[in-house]
Design a protein around this ligand. Structure first.
Ligand code: AP5
Length: 215
């Protein structure tokens, strides 16, 4: 499947994407994970992205499009891909449309995961993430804690709170989402690709996607 996952920070895009990869071998492409990996590795990309991310601002569109243009042409995307956290602005959505047209790739849908704000705030303050850039498994101290506190079930690396999970950065990320990313819901509606799912259960989101793909 070839999907875009839209939704506010904490809506569960990463969690749903990881579950969907198990269905048909589609790959999860999370621009957030790619950027965090680059920051941790101290690459040029990481150095350019770090301050924006820490503050909860978006990284410039040119940097993101540079990453995605290459990533979408890697062989593992042939089976399908789940775009998690991309596109995030109208210019990114327009550039993606042009890129996919050029590559002859057709999207199945853009899924808007719509979760109430109070649920989001609770999830973001209780999320924990594996610190291994190759893993970045997602946990939650309330709903999905690792079996051994502070240790990733999958790779044994320390599980930590992300640097953009201070109260100030979370509130700025939510404002940035409303201003820059929420308009994409209309964009994909006009493209005839939108599926909005109002659900706090990831299984309900997966079921709605399966139904739409079958339908
Ligand atoms: P990114 O990593 O994409 O962060 P985000 O969009 O803010 O999304 P999150 O990862 O916070 O949330 P999520 O929706 O994936 O939720 P999750 O599944 O983890 O981006 C980080 C930064 O990178 C940006 O601020 C920006 O600076 C930069 N960036 C990235 N992409 C960019 C782009 N395209 N352009 C420009 N800049 C970009 O779930 C959250 C928590 O809830 C977890 O603890 C999880 O366990 C729990 N949870 C999830 N689902 C459920 C459920 N159903 N029930 C109970 N708990 C649940």
């Amino acid at each position: 499947m070839k999907l875009i996952l839209l939704g506010a920070p904490g809506a569960g895009k990463g969690t749903v994407a990881k579950m969907l990869t198990e269905l048909d071998g589609s790959v999860q492409i999370s621009t957030g994970d790619i950027l965090r990996g680059a920051v941790q590795a101290g690459t040029e990309l990481g150095k350019q992205a770090e301050a924006y991310m820490k503050a909860g601002d978006l990284v410039p569109d040119e940097l993101i499009m540079g990453i995605m243009e290459k990533r979408l042409q890697e062989p593992d995307c042939e089976k399908g891909f789940l775009l998690d956290g991309f596109p995030r602005t109208i210019p990114q959505a327009e550039a993606l449309k042009e890129l996919l047209d050029r590559l002859g790739i057709k999207l199945d849908m853009a899924v808007n995961i719509d979760v109430p704000r109070e649920v989001i705030l609770d999830r973001l303050t209780t999320r924990r993430t594996c610190s291994n850039p190759e893993c970045q498994a997602i946990y939650n101290v309330k709903s999905n804690p690792p079996k051994v506190e502070g240790v990733c079930d999958k790779c044994g690396s320390p599980v930590v709170q992300r640097e953009d999970e201070t109260e100030e950065a979370i509130s700025h990320r939510l404002e940035t989402y409303q201003e820059k990313t929420a308009p994409l819901v209309d964009f994909y509606d006009k493209e005839g690709l939108l599926l909005t799912v109002q659900a706090t259960s990831s299984e309900a989101v997966i079921d709605a996607i399966k139904q739409k793909l079958a339908g």
